[in-house]
Ligand binder design. Structure first.
Ligand code: URA
Length: 429
């Protein structure tokens, strides 16, 4: 291990054998934390070439369970690098399933200021997010769609590396982020992978250029592993849609599937579903876009989501709107302290405000209030009068004052109309 660290310190590329030795030692714990951390820092400082990144991803993917989905037709997966108000999975996944893709998706929970699909699904009464690999595959085969939390032991090498990176200032490295995300995606088994790489105040990557480098690396890793892979690079300088918080986001996603709902959310979801369909079936971009629009407007994507919810024991009437989600304990309106244009909405502060209402967790063991969260009335670029409503907060009464302060700190209001934001920066395909 010392020789491997020296080699990377001196800017040499590591061989397949060295990378496999490293990942095996991370997984079986024969390499101590201090040596792993030293190599991680050398990688942050001196980088990895594409071949090394591919080898590292492959070894991490194979460090634990690998799901075999080869018996299922047109398997497709999507992954977002994380954001605030990002409920695109609840729209794009059923839309792709309605187009004939099999989407067997393992999603994550939110942590800190970002949300996670599993938490949103658990807001639906009865929905089971922890199922066996057999039930997961069987449901995907029968319904064309199954969304659950991670079960089994996927990419255990990444679990250990990620925990160490978090405390050794070695998260921020494109080869390390790309291999971390893609090792889990490769282990999850789908033949098509569509990535939504976010940039901005609510994302890991702060600029579109950084997001593009990460996206290109991940697309090359996917292709190198024989998967059909594409990436959208999208803006996370504003929350997607107007709802942040679990039940509120499920309702907003269902509204999009009923032909209503905010345009930014609808657009990104259509692009993601279309790309999953395009790569899976080899149709043209134009055809895939109109097909994705069609399955949303004719209600077939909504039907797929209801089927997916019922298959996991959830109450699909919460999706159709025949039943209502339990109401929050209290609501609090937040008003603009000055008039003008909204020149910036700091997504991280919005995510933190949502957490303070009870919609998110600061520690993994925190319990969520599924009815808590935020409905925004104003977004980036909108005009507001002083005293006009910016948002409504929902949650337990005693939590809402602090959340309101945090929310207000997210808004910057100025005299000049800010430039139009660009929702999609680029598509790498
Ligand atoms: N998400 C991951 O899974 N890994 C990273 O390194 C960054 C984001």
């Amino acid at each position: 291990m010392t020789e491997i660290i020296e080699k990377k310190r001196d800017k040499y590329a590591l061989s397949k054998k060295e990378i496999e030795f490293f990942v095996a030692g991370v997984t079986d714990r024969s390499i101590p934390d201090y040596q792993i951390s030293a190599l991680l820092m050398a990688i942050v400082l001196n980088g990895m070439n594409r071949q090394e990144t591919l080898l590292l991803t492959d070894a991490m993917a194979k460090s634990g369970d690998m799901l075999d989905l080869s018996a299922l037709p047109h398997t497709a997966d999507k992954h977002s690098t994380g954001g605030v108000g990002d409920k695109t999975s609840l729209i794009a996944v059923p839309a792709a399933a309605a187009l004939g893709c099999t989407v067997a998706k393992m999603s994550g929970r939110g942590l800190g200021f970002t949300g996670g699909t599993v938490d949103k699904l658990e807001a639906i009464a009865g929905y089971r997010t922890a199922v066996s690999a057999e039930e997961f595959k069987e449901t995907a085969k029968r319904q064309g769609i199954c969304i659950v939390g991670q079960s089994g032991d996927f990419a255990p090498a990444d679990k250990r590396l990620y925990a160490l990176r978090d405390v050794t200032a070695t998260v921020n490295s494109i080869p390390l982020i790309a291999s971390s995300i893609m090792s889990k995606k490769l282990a999850a088994g789908a033949e098509t992978i569509v990535l939504d790489v976010k940039y901005g105040s609510g994302a890991f990557m702060k600029t579109p250029e950084e997001a593009e480098s990460l996206a290109r690396e991940m697309v090359e890793i996917g292709r190198g592993a024989g998967r059909k892979t594409a990436a959208l690079i999208t803006d996370m300088n504003s929350p997607l849609g107007l709802a942040v918080g679990n039940a509120l986001e499920v309702t907003e996603a269902a509204n999009v599937l009923k032909g209503n709902g905010p345009e930014d959310l609808r657009r990104i979801s259509v692009l993601l579903a279309a790309r999953m369909y395009q790569l899976s079936f080899g149709v043209s971009e134009e055809e895939s876009l109109s097909a994705a629009e069609r399955v949303i407007s004719d209600g077939s994507a909504l039907k797929k989501l209801c089927g997916a919810v019922e298959a996991m024991g959830g109450d699909s009437k919460l999706i159709t709107g025949e039943h209502e989600f339990p109401a929050a304990g209290a609501r609090l309106e937040v008003y603009a302290e000055s008039g003008g244009y909204i020149t910036s909405v700091n997504c991280e502060n919005i995510g933190k405000a949502a957490s303070l209402t009870g919609a998110g967790r600061e520690r993994l063991e925190d319990r969520l209030d599924y009815s808590a969260g935020i409905i925004l009335n104003k977004k980036y670029g909108d005009y507001t009068e002083k005293g006009e409503r910016l948002a409504v907060l929902y949650g337990a009464k005693e939590r809402l004052r602090d959340a309101a302060q945090e929310l207000l700190s997210a808004f910057e209001i100025g005299a000049d109309k800010p430039p139009e934001s660009r929702l999609v920066y680029k598509i790498i395909c």
